[in-house]
Design a protein around this ligand. Sequence first.
Ligand SMILES: Cc1cc2nc3c(=O)[nH]c(=O)nc-3n(C[C@H](O)[C@H](O)[C@H](O)COP(=O)(O)O)c2cc1C
Length: 380
Amino acid sequence: MIAASISDYRELARRRLPPFLFEYIDGGSYAELTLRRNIEDLQAVALRQRVLRDVSAVDLSADLFGVRCAMPVALAPVGLAGMNARRGEVQAARAASAADVPFCLSTVSLCPIAEVRPAARNLWFQLYMVRDRGFMRSLLAAAAAAGVDVLLFTVDLPMPGARYRDFRSGLAGAAGPAGQLRRAWQAACHPSWAYDVAIRGKPLTLGNMTATMAGKSGLQDYLGWITRNFDPSLTWDDLAWVRQHWPGKLVIKGILDPEDARQAAAHTVDGIVVSNHGGRQLDGVISGARALPPIADLVGDQLAVLADGGVRSGLDVVRMLALGAHGVLIGRAWAYALAGAGEAGVSHVLALIRAEMSIAMALTGATRVAEIRRGNVQLM
Ligand SMILES: Cc1cc2nc3c(=O)[nH]c(=O)nc-3n(C[C@H](O)[C@H](O)[C@H](O)COP(=O)(O)O)c2cc1C
C-alpha cells in the first residue's frame, strides 16, 4: 500500500504493529467520546475560501519560543514511540530536524535524552512528575545538560484514564507470564516488526527512567507502574519547584479550562498547550478545537498558546492556527507514520502537512502564518 495521507499511515501502522501497540496509539479513554470529538470538531471548522489575492509566495515559517521553524508544527510527546520502529524516537527526531520543526521527547520514551540529542536540532522534553523528587532533579539536570530547548510539563495525568483497548489488547493489567505470553504471540504474528524492534531495537526499556524503576524499566506492567509512581498530589505550588530546577523555557501541557489558563498566565511560564491528551484522559471533556478560542482570547497576548488534538492534515493545522494557536502539536499523525514506515514515514507526513498547509493558506488568502486569523474560518 502506498500512503498518500495520514489516515493511510494509520492503516499501515495497524498492519505492521502487534495489536497491543496499535491499540495503545490509536485508542482513547472510556467510550472515546473526546477522541472522536477532537477530530470531528476540528473538521467541522469550515475554512473560508477567498479568491483573487496574490498567493504566489506562501511563507509557512514561524517562531516557536524564539526559534525560527519551517512551520508552526511540533512533534508532540508520545510515550513508547520507540516501540513503533527500531530506536523510534531517534528516527522521528531525525525526520523532524530534516523538516526543521521541533521534536518533543516524552519522559516515557524508549530512547533516553542523550541518545536522541544528536538527532534533534530543536529538542523539547516533556516532563511527567513522579514521586521521587531526587530522580526528578537528576532528570531535569540531564535535560539541561543535553541542551533541551523547551520543557513541556504535562499536568493532565495525575492518574491515567482507563483505556479499555489496552486491557483488551493485553498491554494493561497483565504483568505476569500470561500477559508476556500474549504480547509475545502477537509479536510472533508480526515478524517484520518483531525483527526490526524486538530483536534489533534493544534495549526495550524506558531509557529515561532506569534510575528510578529499580531494575524494572521494561514494559512489564508499564501502566501499573505509572499508576503507582506518578504524583497525583501536584498543585500549582509544584510548578514553582519545576521553575526552580529548570532555568529554560517552560510550557504547561494539558490546559483545557480558561480558569486554568488564567492561573498559568499568573505564573512564570512561557506557554501552554491546550490539550486533552489526545482524548486519552478524561473522556467527555471538550475537544482541543472547542477549548482553544476562549483560552487564546484570554491569554494569547501574554503566553505562547499551542494546541493539539485531532490534527490529521495540514488543513487541520491551519484550522487550529485560525482558532488562536501560535503553534500546533501532532501526536498520532507522526506515531502512525513511524510505525508504518519509520523515519521516511515521519518525513513524508511532515511534507504532506507542509503541502496541505500551503494550499489551505493560499485558498484562504493568507500568505504568512501571522495572517491566519479567526476570520479565515467559519465555526459551524
Ligand atoms: C500513543 C500516545 C502516547 C502519548 N504519550 C504522551 C506522553 O508520554 N506525554 C504527554 O504529555 N502526552 C502524551 N500523549 C499525548 C500527545 O502528546 C498529544 O497531546 C496528543 O496525541 C494529541 O492528539 P492527537 O494524537 O490527536 O494529535 C500521547 C498520545 C498518544 C497517542
